[in-house]
Design a protein around this ligand. Structure first.
Ligand code: ATP
Ligand code: MG
Length: 712
């Protein structure tokens, strides 16, 4: 609802109370309906209203905008707001206009007529506009700077606010070269106070911002970065059957909440959104691969709650002010703690309980390490170390302590874990998290398996542009362009990965070959463990496998109320031994997948299934029966490549629910499938992949999302 402009018009520069708390609170209540200032808002406002520079560090959703919006109402003249995204400016201007506050933005996306009208207003003796949002690119143009000087000479420039000020620093996670131009503002408009606002906590970024903008004796305000209303949680992709299903179930269990899901790749956004829609969750994909019209429709639908979930790359979100986002989910590991904090911080801006869920996968980690290493090589001149920033977020996922503590400590803030008050999974369910991490350790062998790395020569899977949003925009040479650089460059990803070696003239296939070679070299360099060591099954792994089986069996036996009939410890030793006997020679991966498959079988087995398979360890009134020949249950998952006739199919069938090949107990002897060597297995898999990639009509498009993920 529009408010009367009275309070704005009435406040005069001469008013001694202009920076007084009472007058400022009155404006806040009148225009924004907030009862009082939050955190350091009042201090920041009072500083700039009295003409002092200010550097304001507040957490995401902390209320930084008020710090320049109230001064625009408290003093005559224009507040110039520099903002990095058109979408962000549009949003804020629309919201301010709805409140009856005269705000405008200037961008080349506007109709000429609209732009001319704004310029006319600025050129008039008494402009009506109070807040003018502009891009850093526009500031850099001579014409606009001249206009600003004129406004200033007429005493009409009240304040310069640099929103998302961390974009000026190449140390920041979102560096924008065009922000560098803002350093000229101080020279040209020397006595206009400057307010720099950011939620980026790294001290080196803070210093860089203050130096680059030549802030003079600024009031430095820092708030705690803690977001107590966000519950932090990590889920381990390697320990769940299907992350798509898990996420779908998670969202469904929360009701129709508003959520953001961040993915690394555009194709994942598309696939995941299709999957969620197919299970009845209203969702849409958002990434730079979509045209701007579609993007703005998706954004509008989500902002107006027509769509519940937005599945996006990092192109989405900076400055989006939707208060009721209840969950932010990272479907792939983010590139740094800073990015994670910013993105997850988009949840719960209304301060109500919200959730951050990060799906961590070893493959995702390797993928990101690869991308970061390439970007690091490319910027070898710079001392920036994206990989060390990345380590922090890996520790967040792979460590067992309080997640909140890890976030805050990475920003140099001390935080005793007791203060978390069980608002992260590690504090709420420490045993469960420790157990998951233990299990994750046993999958470590997968981390050395290059066959799971994402680059593939299938054109269908690899889209050159799909990582574009991942990169900082410091490669953007078009800094004279007034347009915001959230646009898409189809070649950017490939260029970024391979650096200068990839000529623009190369076709996609040639680029991919080079990328694959680079990837191989990378893994060659990082081969630290000898093949034999890599494949060895340690006692630790065996023990942890037994524990895993025991946990599952205990749960199942409780469910079936058959606790006393089976000696679960012996049963698990028996099952583990079975896996070890059959697969130890083939290596860790085989052994591990056999354990995983047995755990799954346990989860779905009936009482009879258990009694039959575990007959050798079935207790009878506390006495153990004599060991019978164990029944053989082979898992389809492990022998799908091996259907070379060694198993007599007339004696076996695939259980539809467990997807396991069950061999009839009454027929014997039964030949076990030939266990392939690791290289045999990999070669066969490669051949299979190549064949399916060749058949374009049966390509990856037709595969289920979960399958695609496994192959990437
Ligand atoms: N004093 C206040 N009392 C209550 N709500 C407030 C107050 N100040 C701001 N808010 C609300 O907090 C929300 C976040 O504000 P804002 O968008 O300014 O945050 P921000 O610090 O700029 O976050 P980001 O870093 O994500 O851009 C908004 O919905 C705003 O209306
Ligand atoms: Mg903001």
């Amino acid at each position: 609802m529009k408010k009367s402009p009275l309070p704005v018009q009435n406040v005069q520069r001469s008013d001694k109370n202009v920076a007084g708390k009472e007058a400022l609170v009155k404006l806040l209540r009148w225009h924004f309906g907030h009862a009082d200032f939050r955190g350091k808002q009042l201090e920041a406002i009072q500083a700039v209203v009295s003409g002092r520079d200010c550097f304001c560090l507040m957490p995401t959703g902390g209320g930084k905008s008020i710090c320049y919006q109230i001064p625009a109402l408290a003093k005559p003249g224009i507040v110039l707001v520099v903002s990095p995204l058109i979408a962000l400016m549009e949003n804020q201007v629309m919201a301010l206009k709805e409140k009856g506050i005269a705000a405008e933005y200037l961008s080349s996306t506007q109709a000429t007529l609209v732009r001319n009208k704004i310029h006319e207003d600025l050129d008039s003796g008494k402009p009506s506009v109070r807040l003018l949002y502009v891009t850093p690119e526009l500031i850099a143009t001579k014409g606009f700077m001249l206009k600003l000087r004129k406004l200033h000479s007429r005493g009409l420039l009240n304040l310069i606010a640099i929103d998302e000020a961390h974009c000026i620093s190449s140390w920041g996670h979102d560096f924008r070269p065009s922000y560098r131009q803002l350093s000229t503002l101080r020279d040209s408009l020397a006595d206009v106070p400057v307010l720099a606002l950011t939620a980026t906590a790294a001290p080196k970024v803070q210093k860089d911002v203050i130096d680059s903008l030549s802030l003079r004796n600024p009031l430095v305000l820092k708030s705690s970065f803690n977001r107590p209303n966000i519950f932090y949680e990590v889920r381990y992709k390697d320990l769940i059957d299907n992350a798509y299903t898990d996420l779908g179930n998670l969202l469904k269990s929360c009701g129709s909440i508003c959520a953001i899901i961040y993915c690394l790749e555009r194709t994942t956004c598309d696939d995941l959104s299709v999957h969620l829609t197919s299970i009845g969750i209203s969702s849409a994909a958002y990434h730079a691969g979509l045209n701007s019209k579609l993007r703005s429709t998706v954004l509008d639908d989500w902002l107006s709650s027509k769509k519940q979930v937005i599945v996006a790359t990092v192109a989405f979100g900076m400055g989006i002010d939707k208060k009721d986002v209840r969950m932010v989910c990272h479907f792939n590991i983010p590139k740094s703690m800073e990015s994670f904090y910013q993105e997850s911080g988009r949840a719960g801006r209304d301060q109500l309980p919200s959730r951050s869920v990060l799906y961590y996968g070893v493959d995702d980690r390797k993928k990101m390490e690869f991308l970061l290493r390439n970007s690091e090589n490319k910027k070898s001149q710079s001392s920036k170390k994206p990989t060390s920033d990345f380590e922090q977020i890996v520790k967040y996922c792979e460590g067992s302590g309080c997640r909140r503590k890890k976030i805050l400590e990475s920003f140099g803030e001390e935080f005793p874990a007791q203060q978390c008050k069980k608002t992260c999974d590690a504090c709420k369910h420490p045993n469960q998290v420790a157990h998951s991490l233990e299990e994750l350790m046993t999958t470590a062998s997968r981390r050395h398996n290059p066959s799971r790395i994402f680059i593939t020569s299938s054109n269908k899977v690899t889209n050159e542009g799909q990582y574009s949003e991942f990169w900082n925009r410091n490669e953007d040479g078009s800094n004279s362009d007034e347009e915001i650089s959230d646009s898409d460059d189809a070649n950017e990803a490939a260029k970024s990965l391979a650096g200068p070696k990839l000529s623009k003239k190369l076709g996609l296939d040639e680029k991919l070959v080079l990328l694959e070679q680079a990837e191989e070299k990378y893994y060659e360099r990082n081969k630290q463990v000898k093949k034999s060591e890599k494949n060895a099954i340690s006692e630790v792994l065996r023990e942890s496998s037994k524990q895993r089986l025991l946990d599952e069996l205990t749960r199942v036996l409780q469910q079936l109320a058959s606790v006393k009939e089976i000696d679960s410890k012996k049963a698990c030793e028996f099952l583990e031994n079975e896996c070890y006997r059959k697969y130890s020679k083939a290596g860790k991966s085989f052994y591990y997948s056999q354990i995983a498959s047995t755990v799954r079988w346990l989860g779905t087995a009936s009482r009879d299934d258990l009694m039959t398979r575990l007959s050798s360890v079935v207790s009878s009134g506390g006495r153990e029966e004599t060991r019978k020949e164990p029944l053989l249950v082979e898992h389809a998952e492990n022998i799908e490549e091996e259907d070379d006739g060694k198993i007599n199919t007339s004696e076996s069938h695939v259980d539809e629910t467990t997807q396991e090949l069950v061999v009839s107990p009454s027929r014997s002897p039964i030949n076990l499938p030939h266990v392939p060597s690791f290289s045999e297995f990999v070669n066969r898999r490669k051949m299979k992949l190549n064949t399916s990639a060749d058949k374009s009509s049966e390509g990856f498009d037709d595969m289920k999302p979960a399958k695609i993920m496994k192959l990437q």
